[in-house]
Design a protein around this ligand. Structure first.
Ligand SMILES: [Zn+2]
Ligand SMILES: [Zn+2]
Length: 262
């Protein structure tokens, strides 16, 4: 999984200098990914400890992994997040612990610190063979089978072993794992009538598209790895932030905002 973080970081470093309309977002995200990788490494390297998957039980270790992450947000983040990071650094660790528990019980995409801190924790829960417990997870094909999270982005890839419908996957916004999903279905409401589903892309982002649903008025971005195998969906999704603007102007809401708030 360390390689997974490195791949995202390299992709963000690669895209940021030539980004059009998302340069600052990608520069921040590149630093954020480094801080998340450090959280992951801290947890993985913690002696004589493995996560139980019960956040309340694991909190003392998780909270100890966060000071470096808060410093990164304070120095590289947009003003409002930087100020909040400074406050949290000074606050009693219990404040952060309580916020993490609230997110654990009811995740929301506007809770930046909680979402960013728990992604690497949940990755290590998954990689170490545990499962999240003590949270009411949403169940259904549109939710992550591991943690119940909502999808952050979808991607297409060639899989030799599966049929046409089997090559679309969703990446979980909460734990970053992925799961197979049917190709022509709204990832928010399950709409499957083709006339209600629209796809929009601009030549600028050849391998990224908006996948919109006229029934629930939600959208998700899709990254086509068959056109750009070197892409990293959660990073390329941020690079293509101008497409989100287009979607919002056309009345669609994103299923889940990403960590840079787009
Ligand atoms: Zn998940
Ligand atoms: Zn829908």
């Amino acid at each position: 999984m360390t390689e997974w973080w490195d791949k995202q970081i390299q992709r963000a470093d690669h895209l940021a200098p030539k980004a059009n309309g998302s340069k600052e977002l990608l520069e921040f995200y590149a630093q954020l990914l480094r801080a998340q990788k450090n959280i992951y490494e801290f947890l993985r390297g913690h002696k004589h400890w493995l996560p139980s998957g019960d956040l309340e039980h694991d909190l003392p270790v998780v909270v100890n992994a966060l000071p470096g992450f808060l410093r990164v947000v304070e120095s590289c983040g947009p003003a409002s997040l930087a100020a909040e990071a400074a406050d949290l650094s000074q606050a009693d660790p219990q404040v952060l612990a309580e916020r993490l528990m609230m997110y654990w019980g009811n995740a929301s995409d506007i809770q930046f610190f909680e979402k960013a801190a728990l992604q690497p924790y949940l990755r290590w829960v998954a990689d170490s063979g545990a499962r999240p417990v003590g949270r009411e997870a949403a169940v259904g094909e549109r939710f992550c089978p591991f943690c119940g999270g909502s999808p952050q982005v979808s991607f297409l890839q060639n899989k030799e072993t599966t049929a046409e419908s089997g090559n679309r996957d969703l990446i979980c916004a909460t734990c970053l794992s992925s799961w197979e999903f049917r190709r022509v279905v709204c990832a928010n409401c399950g709409e499957e009538r083709p006339a209600k589903l629209g796809y929009f892309h601009s030549p600028e982002f050849d391998h990224v598209r908006i996948e919109a649903c006229d029934t629930c008025k939600h959208y998700i971005k899709g990254v086509d790895l068959t056109r750009a195998g070197f892409a990293a969906p959660i990073v390329d999704e941020i690079d293509a932030a101008p497409l989100d603007l287009w979607a919002r102007e056309h009345g669609y809401a994103k299923i889940e905002l990403n960590l840079v708030g787009v």
